[in-house]
Structures are given as C-alpha cells and as structure tokens.
Design a protein around this ligand. Structure first.
Ligand code: OAD
Length: 249
C-alpha cells in the first residue's frame, strides 16, 4: 500500500500518537461490530441488554448476553491490526490507545497504555457494594453471579447506555487527545458520545487526524486523511513503512 508524502512526513516528526479505536479493529478477530450489516445492534435491542434498567428487570438475560460475548472474546485472538498498534511503541515516544471496545484485545496484543472508555468485559463489580471481581468464576443464584460479601448481583464492568464513562479514564483520554501529534481513528463509526468527542478534541488541538475504516464515516469530514480498507491490513503496512523510514528498532 502507498501512503502519501504528507502522512510520511507527519510520521517522521511525530512523537505522541493516539489511537482511538472501535469495534472495527476487532472485526478481523471474528468479533461482531455493532452497526454495519450483521452488526449486534441490528440483531438485538440495546435497551434489552445494555442498560441498567435491563439488568434490574432481567439480570439473567443480561448475563446470558455477556457470557456469550465473553466466550466470543476469549476464543478470539488479537489480529494484525492490534499487534501493529502495540509495535508502534517501539518507534514513538508515547503511544496511547483510547478504545471503545470492551474485548481486552489491545491488552492481549501487548499495548502498554490502554484507556478503556467503555470498560472491560473481563472485569466485574457488585452492583450493590461495588466490590470488584476480576477474572473469576462465580457462584450464582438463578444464573446471576452474586457478591460473596453482600449477596448483591455482580455485573460486568462495562458502560451501559445511560451511564457515565469512567471519569478518570475519559479525562486522561482527553488530555492525550489535546497533546498528540497524530490521532489515528480506527474502525469506529464515531457516533457514540461522549467517546466520539476524543478525535474531535485532537482535531481542535491541531493533531493530524488519520482515519482507517472500510467505509467513510461522519468523522471523515474532519480527518486529514481517510485510508479506506481493513485495519488488519493497513496498520501492518503502515508499520512496515515506519520501520523503513526510522530503521528497525
Ligand atoms: P460500530 O459497529 O458502530 O462501527 C464499527 C466501524 O468499524 C464501522 O465504521 C465499520 O465501517 C468499521 N469496520 C468494520 N470492519 C472493519 C475493518 N476490518 N477495518 C476497519 N474498519 C472496519 O462500532 P463502534 O464505533 O465501536 O458502546 O461503536 C461505538 C459504541 O457503540 C460501542 O463501544 C458500543 C456500541 O453501542 C457501548 O456498548 C456503550
């Protein structure tokens, strides 16, 4: 793949890189996206599965859904796109990933600075007392895991519709957006706020915005460059270009 001279020259001078990622980066790992054709929100109603009200009404159903997705992500492997992002760390002073994904694949690929804006499906907490439960097998009551301290229902540590993003994580992503030289926006429809404000903050602060997506999105208008294609193909080829210009680390 050929990259423009402008992008190459930005890569040569950049020190701080921010990746803002969405479901599309994990599509080539076999994880369904939310919107496009066959997307999860085309088949299921978010209101029945991903809201605090749904959990109160029907915790069993919500857990079935998260167990299904948890199995899917555990069986999946990071793809060439996740791995290339982790490798960017060898070539730049600071590389941060702000992801909307809960699938843990950036961590598994080896990225060392991952801001999980919508939580992590491998983590859980008690909906009553807040006790945290990471990577454990649960005791359950009617198929819903319960807290060993207070007996409350345990829920996945993901952000549901109508809930706030984790404050500190969002703040840190905003700071990185305000100070990055290049912001890569990868595999996201960039429709869900406030997360989608992150690349907008980067653009306002003067960062060079590079979108990588199989289709144009709302964000394409403010992107300096949109690279159309699969992130699992474009990111490794961009990394090869960086190795060529900066030398093998
Ligand atoms: P979407 O499903 O809205 O968008 C996925 C994007 O990835 C689309 O723009 C696709 O064109 C693109 N895409 C698909 N395959 C790709 C590939 N191989 N390479 C590059 N791009 C590809 O997912 P998100 O934008 O992540 O929120 O959705 C944002 C939020 O909406 C999610 O975090 C979730 C959801 O409701 C919560 O659960 C709170």
């Amino acid at each position: 793949m050929q990259f423009s001279d402008e992008l190459i020259s930005k890569l040569l001078s950049a020190q701080n890189i921010l990746f803002f990622t969405g479901a599309g980066i994990s599509a080539e790992s076999g994880i369904e996206t939310f919107r496009g054709s066959g997307g999860l929100w085309k088949k299921y109603r978010a209101a029945d599965l991903a809201t605090p009200e749904a959990f109160e009404r029907n915790p069993d159903l919500v857990w079935q859904w998260y167990e299904y997705r948890r199995k899917m992500v555990r069986n999946a492997q990071p793809n060439a796109g996740h791995i290339a992002i982790a490798e960017f760390e060898k070539y730049f002073q600071s590389v941060t990933v702000a992801t909307q994904n809960v699938d843990n694949l950036h961590n598994r690929a080896g990225s060392s600075s991952v801001l999980e804006l919508h939580g992590n499906i491998e983590k859980n907490f008690c909906s009553d007392c807040g006790k945290r439960f990471d990577f454990i097998t649960f005791k359950d009551k009617n198929n819903v895991p319960v807290c060993d301290e207070c007996g409350g229902f345990i829920r996945p540590d993901v952000v549901w519709f109508g809930e706030q993003l984790p404050y500190e994580v969002f703040q840190r992503a905003g700071i990185k957006a305000g100070s990055c030289d290049i912001c890569f926006v990868v595999g996201t429809s960039a429709l869900v706020y406030p997360a989608a404000s992150i690349p907008e903050t980067a653009e306002r602060a003067g960062a060079f915005i590079v979108e990588i997506n199989i289709d144009k999105t709302n964000l394409s208008e403010i992107a300096d460059i949109t690279l159309l294609g699969k992130s699992g193909e474009i990111l490794p080829s961009l990394l090869t270009e960086i190795k060529n210009i900066k030398g093998t680390a």
